[in-house]
Design a binder for this molecule. Structure first.
Ligand code: HEM
Length: 438
């Protein structure tokens, strides 16, 4: 057993430590640091941080010893001012209560019921693209995933109203962008980014309040997430602020990551014509000219593997942040209570100890047996706090991709190498344009 201070620490700058390298290019920095070991000691401005990339250590933190950890301050402060009363920022018993209240909207049966609408919304969306039209792929995938969320979880048609959600997500990403000017200023100094953030959050809150008011006035037997949360409010389990902020959390977390995943899967398929042809052939065979149903999702194996592989190569989130609530031992090292851990998916997802030819997009690898640790792959995190929308997202991505592949081909071009905004999400920095071929 050894003290955490003996862990390897990659070279960093005086005062700024490792923060500067991370804000310049997060994935390049994380890969370079991981070469020093499965747990490394970093120094961000004012706080030490341990980066954990060994699957067995990740499993210990997220699953086996999860009682000794809580979500870290970085993960909590990311959503401060927008989701203060949502499960995303809550800890302890409050988090359990909030998560339990939303659970009925995310059961297997319920997600299965959303399947037909996921495909129907995608078909309607794609059918509006003209042959030869060039679209901003990421922007369009965000509009699509907002509409899917609207018509499944919220039972609301959000066409033409996507900007309210997207502006708030943009403002959140801008505020957490580690490169933004003003990041080193004290919190009480207002910056234009803060101002824009507050305005966008106010608009989104008002929008959700209207949705909830509509829902309260309508028939009680609706089964969307608003009704599930409002029922919990009626029972005295949730305050109205908690109802509203959880809906906000679903809108923000629930559109951004699936949109990022769809953008990347199309970007990758464009470069891999064989995989693209396999997805298209499967759509033609399974879907039978119409639209896939939730029942088809099991048969859409090639499509599912393309999605899984895109989530491996380009995980939508930068990582998970945990903090020890008591002294803990991980990987034979002792950490004090309060120690912070950053757990990026990117590094183990591309580690050649667990993946053959890890940099290659190869959906067929998912058909071959491989003896790899479970936490070599965890795009949705793991343990009790894992993404509540994971099954929803898996079904959505498979059905949306199959629906699109059955209707259009996309020629994808990026305005530069695929780098990412250094923020809570790994958002692509270059413009990604898709030209539609029917
Ligand atoms: C490709 C799609 C998605 C990815 C990769 C993803 C990934 C993640 C990750 C890594 C976390 C952090 C978990 C942790 O701290 O351990 C998370 C949390 C969360 N996600 Fe997702 N997510 C996706 C889609 C969705 C969808 C569709 C929804 C809602 C419909 C959603 C709602 C949430 C919420 C509410 C949390 C907070 C859960 C909690 O704190 O208990 N996500 N997601």
């Amino acid at each position: 057993m050894s003290d955490a201070s003996t862990l390897p620490s990659p070279e960093g700058l005086p005062v700024l430590g490792h923060g500067m390298a991370f804000s310049r290019n997060p994935v390049e920095a994380m890969e370079r640091w991981a070469a020093h070991g499965d747990i490394v000691r970093l120094q961000f401005v004012g706080e030490p941080m341990y980066m954990v990339t060994g699957p067995e250590h990740i499993e210990r933190i997220l699953v086996d010893e999860q009682e000794a950890f809580t979500i870290g301050p970085r993960q909590r402060t990311t959503f401060q001012g927008v989701e203060d009363d949502a499960m995303t920022t809550a800890t302890g018993d409050r988090w359990k209560r909030l998560r339990r209240a939303a659970h009925p909207a995310f059961t297997r049966d319920r997600i299965h019921q959303y399947g037909d609408r996921m495909a129907a919304v995608t078909a309607r969306f794609v059918d509006e693209w003209a042959d030869g039209e060039a679209v901003d792929l990421h922007d369009e995938m965000r509009r699509l995933t907002v509409q899917i969320l609207g018509e499944t979880l919220l039972d609301a048609d959000l066409r033409g109203r996507e900007d309210v959600v997207m502006d708030a997500a943009d403002a959140l990403v801008a505020r957490t962008n580690f490169r933004r000017p003003g990041l080193l200023l004290p919190d009480w100094v207002p910056t234009p980014t803060d101002y824009r953030f507050r305005r966008a959050v106010e608009r989104l809150d008002a929008f959700v309040d209207d949705l909830l008011a509509e829902r309260r006035a309508s028939a009680p037997e609706r089964e969307d997430v608003c009704s599930v949360l409002l029922d919990a409010h009626q029972r005295g389990d949730l305050s109205m602020d908690e109802v509203r902020e959880n809906v906000v959390a679903f809108l923000l977390a629930g559109h951004e990551s699936p949109a990022g995943a769809l953008t990347r899967v199309w970007y990758l398929l464009d470069d891999h014509p064989d995989a693209a042809a396999a997805v298209r052939r499967e759509a033609e065979r399974v879907v039978d000219g119409g639209r896939p149903t939730a029942a088809d999702a099991d048969d859409l194996e090639r499509t599912r593997h393309a999605v899984q592989e895109a989530l491996r190569l380009y995980p939508p989130t930068t990582g998970v942040n945990r903090q020890a609530t008591e002294p803990v031992t991980v990987g034979g090292h002792e950490f004090d209570a309060g120690a912070q851990f950053m757990i990026p998916q990117w590094v183990p997802h591309r580690d050649e100890r667990y993946w053959d030819d890890p940099e290659t997009f190869d959906p067929s690898r998912w058909t071959r047996d491989a003896d790899r640790p479970e936490y070599a792959y965890f795009p949705f995190s793991g343990g009790p706090r894992r993404c509540i929308g994971a099954d929803f997202a898996r079904q959505e991505l498979t059905l949306a991709l199959a629906t699109m592949a059955g209707r259009v081909e996309l020629d994808v071009t990026a305005s530069g190498p695929l780098t990412f905004v250094p923020s809570v999400q790994l958002r692509p920095e270059p413009d990604i344009t898709a030209t539609v071929r029917r």
